[in-house]
Design a protein around this ligand. Structure first.
Ligand SMILES: [Zn+2]
Length: 357
């Protein structure tokens, strides 16, 4: 088998379900936007700034990791800056060969300069639409769906859930909660999840990244999550060996085909996995969980969707059939309507991989 090169991976269509808007800015854009609002950055050299983000996220210190978001969020407080960041996000993903992306952000973090929650959402949706159009003009097709995130330490989840439902016909396809897992179980936001279920809406929950099985169990069995953001600690419920044994929870997740939004580089940076080569994605794929590959925070991890795929190719020897499997898994798990998912699978993904293989 000829090893797959980065250039070919970029050309292959990919689907991405877990990507944070405030974790994917271009360093040069941060420098420009920071100058406009007099925000002080660690450095104003875009190259150095990009390295600062990755090093801070790599440092193993949660404080330094979180500090990186202080800078990105600080420059995303106006309609114009949100529009620009969202447009560039769509363009960058399209240039990387991503044909379908769900990008998430927390509207409540962008109110420091007088925007309303609705104003934030509208600016981002308009930005995604503009970026998608500009990409199409270059011959790069991408469909971007938006997820609205509520912060798990805050108390606005019901309000954000209602906001998501309000924009469901204009680009918002789902809801999420994010933030520190320990001490902030998803059951704190049960009202929001029950509301979303009554509205026949979709949601994912960040669970099983820093924290273990109880967080995953609550997300699924108490909150009714459609997907798991990370879910990497699910391996704690699998006894390894020649014939791995699944516990009740991991068996349930596999039986129900609950998608796992795994983010290899990010999981290594936060200590959820020791290395790419030892990342549970290898075992979870062998056991045929509904595994998807994601970027999480492209800026902080210095990564892209293609790079995540390339890392897996290097670490596990995956070929086109595995990359196609991850891509179709993601597309099957997307929050857009079934017929739209099917058309991307049958008209875009399968024909492209048939040619590559
Ligand atoms: Zn995340």
């Amino acid at each position: 088998m000829v090893p797959i090169g980065m250039e070919e991976i970029v050309k292959a269509p990919k689907a991405l379900l877990h990507d944070h808007l405030d974790g994917g800015l271009r360093p040069a854009t941060i420098v420009e936007l920071a100058a406009e609002v007099d925000h002080t950055l660690p450095t104003t050299d875009p190259g150095e700034l990009g390295r600062w983000f990755v090093e801070s996220a790599d440092s193993g210190s949660l404080e330094r990791y979180l500090e990186t978001f202080d800078h990105t969020v600080a420059v995303m407080q106006t309609a114009a800056s949100l529009h620009r960041v969202a447009a560039e996000c769509a363009l960058d993903l399209a240039a990387d060969g991503v044909v379908y992306a769900e990008v998430r952000f927390a509207p409540e973090q962008h109110l420091e300069r007088g925007l309303t929650l609705d104003g934030v959402v509208e600016a981002v949706l308009a930005g995604f639409a503009a970026g998608t159009e500009q990409a199409a003009a270059k011959g790069q097709q991408i469909r971007v769906g938006t997820l609205l995130t509520a912060m798990r330490h805050a108390a606005r989840s019901q309000e954000i859930a209602e906001l998501a439902v309000r924009y469901r016909d204009t680009g918002v396809v789902g809801f999420d909660i994010a933030g520190a897992e320990a001490g902030f179980p998803p059951t704190r936001h049960l009202d929001a999840f029950e509301y979303l279920q009554r509205e026949n809406f979709h949601f994912t929950i960040h669970a099983g990244e820093a924290f273990g099985l109880p967080s995953i169990w609550q997300a699924i069995q108490w909150c009714g999550a459609d997907r798991l953001g990370h879910g990497v600690r699910l391996v704690d419920d699998i006894t390894p060996g020649g014939d791995p044994v699944l516990g009740r929870l991991s068996a349930y997740v596999r039986d129900k085909r609950i998608p796992l939004e795994l983010c290899p580089s990010s999981n290594v940076q936060t200590g959820a996995a020791p290395s790419i080569a030892q990342h549970p994605i290898g075992l979870l794929r062998d056991l045929r969980f509904r595994v998807t590959v994601n970027t999480d925070n492209r800026l902080m991890s210095g990564t892209s969707m293609s790079r995540e795929m390339a890392l897996l190719v290097d670490a596990f020897g995956y070929g086109w059939s595995e990359l196609q499997w991850f891509t179709i898994n993601a597309m099957k798990s997307a929050f857009i309507p079934f017929d739209e998912r099917l058309s991307i699978i049958n008209e875009v993904i399968k024909p492209a991989y048939a040619k590559l293989a």
